[in-house]
Design a protein around this ligand. Structure first.
Ligand SMILES: *[C@@H]1O[C@H](CO)[C@@H](O)[C@H](O)[C@H]1NC(C)=O
Ligand SMILES: *[C@@H]1O[C@H](CO)[C@@H](O)[C@H](O)[C@H]1NC(C)=O
Ligand SMILES: *[C@@H]1O[C@H](CO)[C@@H](O)[C@H](O)[C@H]1NC(C)=O
Ligand SMILES: *[C@@H]1O[C@H](CO)[C@@H](O)[C@H](O)[C@H]1NC(C)=O
Ligand SMILES: *[C@@H]1O[C@H](CO)[C@@H](O)[C@H](O)[C@H]1NC(C)=O
Ligand SMILES: [Zn+2]
Ligand SMILES: [Zn+2]
Length: 555
């Protein structure tokens, strides 16, 4: 600023030049150029303030876990001076937090501070980066303002240089975007802080998982060879949001049973049956089972955590023909009996789930739903609900016939899309039981960058949910081979590109979850959800952040 004052004195002493310039243009254009520069100035200043706010938010996000004193934080965020960042302890913490991004971060920081000072100088802002006519308390002195813009020196200099100022501002903005990308990328890759106490969850998930698999086998045994009703049964398993870890409760499974009616014209005995299935204890006549079957990380003696159905265990009949029992099912919720198979026992209750209308076209895939919205995508509530549901589904149904290893949006169904709130009900996965052996899924050629296809598939789906379009809509020629064909790498290339910029459209928690799924960055060596450590990291790194978003949005 001192430099400018000197220039002001020097130039101010030669008013002749200025009046000559003023005469050169006519009076009207002088007023015009004055107003014009005022507009330009206001635009530049507003953009500058916005960039600064983004810059401070980014730094604050980076610094807030470091537990700095308020005064120190204030210095770092408000003072345009890199020296306050040179503290040795702070530097070590930042290196720890940013990893290899640390050096690029520091050099961008220096650039930013330099450009802020330069820009403030050009616009003649005060040391608090305010225009000279705005007081400490934010009061605008209108007289000083019009004097400022009437000053021919300001006007001419400003007018001549406004393009340069814009360039400077845009380069400042680029630097800020760079540190934004550096910090959010580095933070997302930060090692997951695992709470070891959650080890109890392992047996819960293993139990859940075994139950899901067993249930499929039980239904398959009963329905894969043709059922007496001559129809092809279909089981739609409802995907549920896991509300915390209810490790002291047995998992329950909600189904909509229906028929696969596409090829055959055989009249089906019924359209839909809603049923809840719960694994039950081995001793059928025991009125108060003390030990739940598989999932038993916590042996609880409290009556409140027992299944609400335990009272009917003693009287429940054995189910011989499942199809017949479903056919005669009444409308009201009631106990249907016990499936007594050699592997496990399951208690069946009819439910009142929202049922789809009778037409078979009522079932749509998530992919079809997304396409039907032609790019408008999902609202914020739908999005966070869907994202969390699918992350839970991966956790619960991986390595079971319910969810293929390379699943996509086409494998997720919605049952009642005709009603106004499209995701009012939860999504389902669907399986038809056919007499012929299931065709072995062709092994798609895997990209060597994809460490785990199931988790990567979740990353892709989260991207599609966020962008409101299928991944393929973002294909560029670089993603294809020389003939313009897709390759085994195409999907990864697109996902990589979209994930890199996900922080520009999503909040931190969603972005972190997406990046971890796409890059499989969980800081561990095993990459299968059957591995306890990996599953725990997946839970903490993907499910928990999505849950935070969901709770935040649905509050
Ligand atoms: C049902 O379970 C009981 C006890 O486990 C067993 O004795 C019985 O044979 C089973 N019945 C059928 C039909 O599987
Ligand atoms: C589905 O059924 C409900 C009531 O049974 C009705 O109000 C609604 O219009 C139906 N939707 C379609 C698409 O037929
Ligand atoms: C790749 O593209 C070429 C030219 O369009 C086509 O002839 C060829 O069949 C494609 N190859 C594959 C494997 O799809
Ligand atoms: C990825 O995880 C799935 C689900 O747990 C598992 O079946 C698969 O083997 C894993 N893939 C690799 C390469 O570890
Ligand atoms: C993101 O998650 C963190 C903890 O994991 C939480 O403190 C924060 O509030 C979450 N953000 C939002 C917007 O929900
Ligand atoms: Zn049947
Ligand atoms: Zn019962």
């Amino acid at each position: 600023m001192a430099g400018f004052e000197i220039a002001g004195v020097v130039l101010g002493s030669i008013p002749l030049i200025i009046s000559a310039l003023e005469h050169y243009s006519d009076g009207i254009s002088t007023i015009k150029s004055m107003q014009k520069y005022q507009e330009v100035f206001e635009y530049l200043h507003a953009s500058f303030v916005t960039s600064l706010a983004i810059y401070r938010n980014t730094c604050e996000e980076l610094l807030s876990p470091l537990a700095l004193s308020d005064a120190h934080l204030y210095k770092l965020l408000e003072e345009v001076d890199t020296r306050s960042w040179d503290d040795a302890i702070l530097d070590a913490n930042l290196r720890n937090r940013l990893g290899t991004s640390h050096l690029p971060f520091k050099s961008s920081l220096r650039q930013i501070n330099k450009k802020i000072r330069k820009f403030a100088d050009k616009l003649r802002l005060d040391s608090n980066l305010r225009p000279p006519w705005v007081s400490q308390t934010g009061v605008v002195d209108t007289q000083a303002r019009s004097q400022f813009f009437r000053n021919p020196l300001t006007r001419i200099k400003g007018g001549f240089n406004s393009e340069k100022y814009k360039e400077l501002l845009s380069s400042l903005h680029d630097d800020i975007s760079r540190i934004q990308a550096l910090t959010s990328g580095a933070i997302a890759l930060e090692p997951l802080r695992l709470e070891r106490k959650i080890k109890a969850s392992s047996s819960y998930w293993n139990g859940f998982h075994v139950q899901a698999r067993t249930l499929y086998e039980i239904l398959d045994v009963r329905w894969s060879s043709q059922c007496v009703c001559q129809c092809r049964h279909q089981a739609n398993l409802r995907l549920e949001i896991q509300k915390g870890l209810e490790t002291n409760q047995s998992p329950t499974f909600k189904f909509l049973f229906s028929f696969d009616i596409s090829p055959s014209a055989t009249p089906v005995p019924w359209r839909w049956r809603a049923v809840e299935i719960e694994p039950c204890s081995g001793a059928i006549p025991a009125p108060h089972p003390k030990a739940p079957v598989l999932p038993q990380p916590v042996v609880s003696h409290s009556a409140s955590v027992q299944s609400p159905w335990s009272h009917c265990l003693s009287s429940a009949p054995l189910i011989k023909d499942l199809c017949e029992v479903l056919t005669s099912q009444q409308q009201q919720a009631r106990c249907l009996g016990i499936l007594n198979d050699t592997v496990a026992k399951h208690h069946l209750h009819s439910l009142k789930l929202p049922k789809p209308n009778t037409s078979s076209s009522q079932q749509v895939t998530l992919q079809q739903l997304l396409e039907s919205r032609s790019g408008s995508g999902f609202g914020i509530k739908e999005k966070s609900r869907l994202a969390l549901t699918l992350a839970c589904a991966v956790l619960q149904l991986h390595d079971t016939p319910w969810l293929a290893e390379t699943w996509t949006m086409k494998d997720i169904y919605l049952m009642d899309p005709a009603t106004s709130s499209l995701l009012a009900d939860q999504p389902y996965v669907s399986k038809s039981f056919t007499p012929k052996p299931a065709t072995p899924s062709q092994q798609a050629k895997k990209s060597r960058f994809i460490r785990n296809s199931t988790v990567f598939a979740l990353g892709v789906t989260l991207l599609e949910i966020s962008y409101g379009q299928p991944l393929s809509a973002f294909t560029t020629p670089d993603d294809l081979d020389d003939n313009g064909n897709r390759t085994s790498m195409t999907q990864y290339f697109i996902a990589d590109r979209l994930a890199e910029n996900i922080h520009l459209r999503e909040l931190r928690n969603y972005s972190d979850a997406v990046r971890r799924c796409v890059y499989c960055t969980f800081d561990c060596s095993a990459f299968s959800l059957t591995d306890d450590d990996f599953r725990e990291r997946f839970y903490q790194g993907v499910v928990v952040p999505l849950q935070k978003d969901y709770e935040y949005v649905s509050r």
